[in-house]
Design a protein around this ligand. Structure first.
Ligand code: AKG
Ligand code: FE2
Length: 286
């Protein structure tokens, strides 16, 4: 395998990162056959500088303006989906997870109009659509590590299981993440088990205990990113969000996830009820 080569010897990285070098792919207009092969083999891919740092910073600023509005209005639910609120050390409120962001801020809606998002869908999930008002819509996660933060990390899970939570058959489900801020290992971040996307529904349900298990896996790979990078992972792949090694503002990591949908269109509105799945999450403390 040409991708297995000596990788960076950063001691803070998991062992697998010292063996597997994650290529710095670039996405021009379409995915190349090499991109597709990499994604299909490992279940993920990272594209460097999908957008400029300035473009990522502008979106991050728009997100902060949105959260300031949401805090001022004391918003706790959007279209039936609960928001996760926390407090910084200085007492100010922030949100760890905001759904339907592209419905609330034009900057995000137009960013999702980049034709390369449609190219990703055409190449890896043909027939799917960007569901601005479906499920949770465009979600921005802001993981932070301090006493007042509720959304600090996530246990091992597969995103496809969410389909079961919504009483639908688990789909292949493409997860598209865009980094609004830098994500070196010190802020925790995405850890995944490469190649686990080729598993049965049974093993998806039983291999690890969804969301409860936070322990590092000896075979996990850390996906570090910089603001502007894009990562794709298969929804059946086992992954988690690691806790930051630092605390306070320095631990902040903001990443947005696109709603790539197929199947019947189920639009959410202000009248939508909270899905049972979120009550379960609440039990888990998120
Ligand atoms: O931290 C990340 O990038 C992944 C978050 C995640 O897995 C999720 O929200 O389902
Ligand atoms: Fe996930």
């Amino acid at each position: 395998m040409s991708h297995v080569q000596t990788a960076a010897s950063d001691p803070s990285l998991p062992r697998a990162n010292r063996v597997i070098a994650i290529p710095d792919f670039r996405l021009e207009e379409r995915l190349t056959p090499e991109h597709v092969d990499f994604f299909e083999t490992y279940g993920f891919i990272r594209f460097r500088r999908f957008a400029t740092r300035d473009a990522a910073a502008a979106l991050y600023a728009a997100f902060n303006a949105l959260t300031a509005d949401l805090v001022a209005r004391d918003t706790s639910v959007i279209n039936g989906v609960p928001l996760i609120k926390g407090r910084r050390d200085d007492g100010t409120a922030f949100y760890g997870r905001v759904p339907f962001v592209s419905l609330q801020r034009e900057e995000f809606r137009s960013f999702l109009g980049d034709p390369r998002f449609q190219a990703i869908i055409d190449d890896l999930a043909p027939g799917s659509r960007i569901g601005h008002d479906e499920r949770d819509g465009l979600v921005v996660n802001c993981f932070r590590n301090h006493a007042g933060a509720k959304y600090k990390n996530l246990g091992w899970h597969t995103d496809s299981l969410r389909d079961l939570a919504y009483f639908e058959k688990p789909r292949r489900y493409l997860n598209v993440g865009f980094s609004l801020t830098d994500s070196p290992t010190r802020v925790g971040g995405l850890r995944l088990l490469p190649c686990t996307h080729n598993q049965s529904i049974a093993s998806m349900l039983t291999t690890k205990t969804h969301f409860f298990d936070m322990t590092p896996d000896p075979n996990e790979l850390a996906i570090t990113t910089e603001a502007g990078d894009l990562t794709l992972h298969d929804g059946r792949l086992w992954h988690r969000t690691a806790l930051a090694q630092v605390t306070g503002d320095a631990s902040e990591r903001c990443v947005m996830y696109l709603p790539i949908m197929d199947g019947p269109l189920k639009r959410k509105t202000a009248a939508s009820a909270t899905p049972a799945y979120f009550h379960l999450k609440k039990l888990l403390g998120y």
